[in-house]
Design a protein around this ligand. Structure first.
Ligand code: AMP
Length: 214
């Protein structure tokens, strides 16, 4: 089963993708994570995208489609979760073609609905474990008092450089201008389901499970 988690930054796509990986042996394909890795390891491509990402703008379709193409050729396990991809109509078309080339189908597109005020609050409070990527929130899921990640015991936590209000404004603008048209695109294809992304993590997870098991 291959699915897209669609929603603005901070909607909880990464958190829910991690649950799906653990429980359904799926593979999370986060283009944001791939680009951050490229940036941190200082590759040529990483250098090209660093400024664009810091400003909260989208990197070119060509780059992200190339990243996804490589991953689709590898092990497919329980299927792919596309997290933060596609973000433009051109990327959505390309994904359809890449899946078809691999003899795969897109089984569901889950839109995670959240209001903008909640996004700002979530994103400016967010941090992740440097070792395993477990997501924390200063208010709703603080880093444990002993300073150790509940998932892996790691003790280094990171805040994303682009999780600040200025960059977030730009990321939201990009979302509404370029990514939100995908809601209509997948609706028209009969593939869209929507869940309320504002609820408790467990409630959102249950709503997603209902869609996938339907
Ligand atoms: P994310 O971790 O999904 O919030 O992505 C972080 C940043 O990486 C975005 O603000 C963009 O600059 C870039 N990025 C991630 N995925 C894509 C994509 N599919 N298309 C274009 N840019 C992307």
């Amino acid at each position: 089963m291959n699915i897209i988690l669609l929603g603005p930054p901070g909607a909880g796509k990464g958190t829910q993708a991690r649950f799906l990986c653990d429980e359904r042996d799926m593979i999370q394909l986060s283009t944001g994570d791939m680009l951050r890795e490229a940036k941190d390891s200082g590759t040529e491509m990483g250098k090209v995208v660093a400024d664009v990402m810091a400003r909260g703008e989208l990197v070119t379709d060509e780059i992200v489609i190339g990243l996804i193409r490589e991953k689709l050729e590898g092990d497919k396990k329980g299927g792919f979760i596309f997290d933060g991809f596609p973000r433009t109509l051109a990327q959505a078309d390309a994904l359809g073609e890449l899946l078809a080339e691999e003899g795969e189908t897109l089984d569901a597109v889950i839109e995670m609905q959240v209001d903008d005020n909640a996004l700002v609050a979530r994103i400016t409070a967010r941090s992740t474990c440097g070792s395993c990527g477990e997501v924390y929130n200063d208010h709703t899921k603080p880093i444990p008092a002993d300073g150790k990640c509940t998932n892996c015991g790691g003790s280094e936590f990171k805040r994303r450089a682009d999780d600040n209000e200025d960059s977030l404004k730009q990321r939201l603008m990009e979302y509404y201008k370029k990514t939100s048209p995908l809601i209509g695109y997948y609706y028209a294809k009969g593939q869209l389901s929507s869940v309320d992304g504002l609820g408790e993590m467990a409630a959102v997870k249950a709503d997603i499970a209902k869609v996938l098991d339907a």
